[in-house]
Design a binder for this molecule. Sequence first.
Ligand SMILES: Cc1cc2nc3c(=O)[nH]c(=O)nc-3n(C[C@H](O)[C@H](O)[C@H](O)COP(=O)(O)OP(=O)(O)OC[C@H]3O[C@@H](n4cnc5c(N)ncnc54)[C@H](O)[C@@H]3O)c2cc1C
Length: 388
Amino acid sequence: MDFILTPEQEAIRTAIAKVCAAFNLEYWLQKDRAGGFPHDFHAALARDGWLGIAMPVEYGGAGLGIVEAALMMQTITASGAGMSGASAVHMNIFSLNPVVVFGTDAQKKRWLPALIAGRDRACFGVTEPDTGLDTTHLKTRAVRDGDAYVVSGRKIWTSTAQVANKILLLTRTTPIEQSGKPTQGLTLFYTDLDRKAVEVREIEKMGRSAVDSNLLFIDNLRVPAADRVGEEGRGFEYILHGFNPERILVAAEAVGLGRAALARAAEYAKTRIVFGRPIGRNQAIQHPLARCWMELEAANLMVFRAASLYDAGKPCGAEANAAKYLAGEAGYRACEAAVMAHGGMGYAKEYHVERFLREALIPRITPVSPELILCFVAEKVLGLPKSY
Ligand SMILES: Cc1cc2nc3c(=O)[nH]c(=O)nc-3n(C[C@H](O)[C@H](O)[C@H](O)COP(=O)(O)OP(=O)(O)OC[C@H]3O[C@@H](n4cnc5c(N)ncnc54)[C@H](O)[C@@H]3O)c2cc1C
């Protein structure tokens, strides 16, 4: 059992931290205030080849594992870029995993190099307004028409759709009542986000203003059959394949965000003098921060255990879900404790921790809620009846 990073992994962390250092807390505060996609940050990571960290070497990627990708994403959030930085590149890193695993060689040649180089931006269209976490009941329909499919429906929360030119889109091709199981009859596409057929409406939201989330109205979008990933009807299976790495990456991001908040809180506690001494000399300030450190580090062990299992090709569903749950909760608590340790200044934007707290809700809620993870563990690990 080895809990130590290799020199190569340490080097990845150092290199990513160096890229992030050019985008300081003021940069992200300004993005949080004014919105606007962090194009220069995205370009800086693309320029050094980082967007292809977990993509196959034959298509221009670095061919590394989810352990390295998780380290990269954690370093981004921990730098103070938070979820604004991580979400700007998250989709590039692993969300196209279904294409990597189930796409044809021709499709991968067509799609992956442009994504790795940062020329293409992809968004992820799964969640729907009337379906929620019950993904197999999604209503967006794709109907075959010659050498294409015609897609209509609605997606919600689709992040980066304001700047994306591509979409990974999950649709239903066979009505649910004609499918053997609800998980069948869904079909996955990776295609152009053609704004003539898709209206993209931004959702006003609590945090992470730099990275938009949207409501998509899809009206007779023509998708070439050549843009279908894998076989018709098996899209849910393909999406499931990417679920574990997705949860691991989000968990790693949550730990990084919590660490960023904690570091700021500890620094403030050392320098803020009240009643003639630093507030950090009081146990009431020390203990919550110390507890948060332990929770974050424990969650982090689960993150890298899940990542190592995934990279070794072993089952990791329970660990990936547990990591997402533990890191989401620990990250949120660390950000909350950091705000409280700052007292009134915790509520002021210039101290950054209120931004972290708002962003910490994202890895708690997405890509799956804590409640559904508890349901999953109860069923799959403890053998209790399925409750949802
Ligand atoms: C900032 C942000 C970015 C996002 N980006 C994307 C994106 O790029 N692409 C994308 O496809 N989606 C995206 N999402 C969507 C996100 O994955 C979903 O919001 C999330 O999965 C929860 O789904 P829902 O909102 O439909 O909740 P619902 O399914 O409506 O659930 C609401 C609440 O009820 C609880 N609940 C429901 N059923 C049960 C049950 N049986 N037992 C216990 N509790 C239950 C849930 O846990 C949750 O707390 C994003 C969301 C946010 C907030």
